[in-house]
Design a binder for this molecule. Structure first.
Ligand code: SAM
Length: 234
């Protein structure tokens, strides 16, 4: 009998943000695959859950997938978690899920925390149509992606590190226009949560000249229909 793979979202900061079902599933499975076993051990200890943990991250997932599929085919029920939020969203998970789907193994993703949803909703920017860009590439392909964003009419969501925030806001201003409305959500669900809203130019001023700390989501208003975005020359 084939087992089952559960995708279990975990808190993005506040440990209370985990569902009752997520806790029950973590308590019931045979094995938990974790991006960082120390992080997950901390979460499990907080909820008095004792389960075998196995490391599953972007550097070993190619190698370990075959063995996990065999265990699932042998009837094991396995949960996959990442360090924070929903596995598969800018985190490992996709490759394993794809292989399970190919092998006919049931996959179930529990609804739960993911950073971009509260960032989008907090922003006050239209949330009826949006595109999730995740992290922009650091070098190769970055300009091409920024150019594509300049033509985007839906709300744009980006993940970014605090060290690159000002650089990315500056490039967004360059490609999309300095007066484009945006919102930066920092440290969502944590004590020092901040949601800064304004033009890209205003946000650059707000975050420049200080050490930016914490985790960040950028939400940018989409371009208006018929608006020609100012693209930098070659
Ligand atoms: N799987 C996660 C999810 O479902 O959102 C995303 C993991 S990705 C490796 C980590 C990025 O998510 C961070 O660099 C940041 O952009 C965003 N993020 C995670 N937690 C956050 C938080 N508490 N506040 C703001 N952004 C956060």
């Amino acid at each position: 009998m084939a087992g089952k793979l559960y995708i279990v979202p975990t808190p993005i900061g506040n440990l209370e943000d985990i569902t009752l079902r997520a806790l029950r599933i973590l308590n019931e499975v045979d094995l938990i695959l974790a991006e960082d076993t120390r992080n997950t051990a901390f979460l499990l200890k907080h909820y008095n859950i004792v389960k075998p943990l196995q490391s599953h991250h972007q550097f070993n997932e190619h190698r370990s997938i075959e063995n996990i599929i065999e265990r699932l085919q042998g009837g094991a029920v396995i949960a996959v978690v990442s360090d924070a939020g929903t596995p598969g969203i800018s985190d490992p998970g996709y490759l394993l899920i794809r292989e399970c789907v190919k092998a006919g193994i049931p996959v179930e993703c529990l609804p739960g925390p993911t950073a971009f949803v509260p960032a989008l909703v907090n922003s006050g920017i239209p949330s009826d149509r949006f595109m999730f860009e995740g992290f922009l590439p650091h070098k190769k392909g970055r300009h091409t992606r920024l150019q594509a964003l300049a033509a985007e009419q839906r709300t744009i969501i980006l993940y970014e590190s605090p060290f690159r925030l000002v650089k990315t806001l500056t490039q967004l201003a360059e490609f999309l226009g300095a007066d484009r409305y945006a919102s930066v959500s920092r440290e969502l669900t944590k004590i020092y949560e901040e949601n800064a809203r304004g033009s890209l130019e205003g946000l650059i001023t707000h975050f420049s000249g200080k050490t930016v700390k914490g985790e960040i989501v950028i939400v940018v208003e989409g371009g208006k229909k018929g608006m020609s975005n100012i693209l930098p020359g070659p």
